[in-house]
Design a protein around this ligand. Structure first.
Ligand SMILES: [Zn+2]
Length: 154
């Protein structure tokens, strides 16, 4: 699949599979075809609405991870990144808490996690969000290190 193909108006396949870790370790992170369909849903229903609302470009920290890459990153064994259903990102100039708050009230999602955000440090942490084509759980969590809490906690 051509990496410059657009999955949605502002996001290419390349951005959703790019990984410094994969390059460093020589891992081929090319997704299978069924994953592409999931990535399109992520782009159209998560990333594009965020871009449209905040009106600024941003890049994805981590999208698809092949199983080998997910293991190298010490991701969860059931990580939705391996299915192309999850994305980690930040929006420049927007506190990750505010980003997660907007997403939680405006988007359909399977799981939305505010990760490693420190109150008083707007740039800290990141937002993880997943979406599936079936029924989404709308599960909202805050994770700091090993501490996992329901809902959004500043
Ligand atoms: Zn993630």
């Amino acid at each position: 699949m051509e990496p410059n193909i657009k999955l949605s108006p502002h996001f290419t396949l390349r951005e959703l599979v790019r990984s410094g870790k994969a390059i460093a370790l020589g891992i081929d992170n090319t997704p299978p075809d069924d994953v592409i369909n999931s990535l399109i849903i992520v782009c159209c229903r998560i990333l594009e609405p965020v871009r449209g609302h905040f009106q600024r470009p941003f890049s994805v920290n981590s999208g698809y991870r092949c199983p080998e890459l997910n293991q190298a990153l010490r991701g969860s064994k059931t990580s939705q990144h391996m299915l192309g259903q999850a994305v980690d990102f930040e929006v420049p100039g927007v506190a990750n808490y505010d980003l997660a708050m907007w997403m939680s009230t405006n988007l359909i999602y399977d799981q939305l996690i505010l990760e490693n955000y420190k109150s008083g440090d707007p740039g800290s942490g990141w937002v993880h969000c997943s979406i599936i084509s079936g029924k989404n759980r709308m599960q909202l969590l805050t994770i700091n290190g090993n501490r996992k809490s329901e809902g959004l906690i500043a």
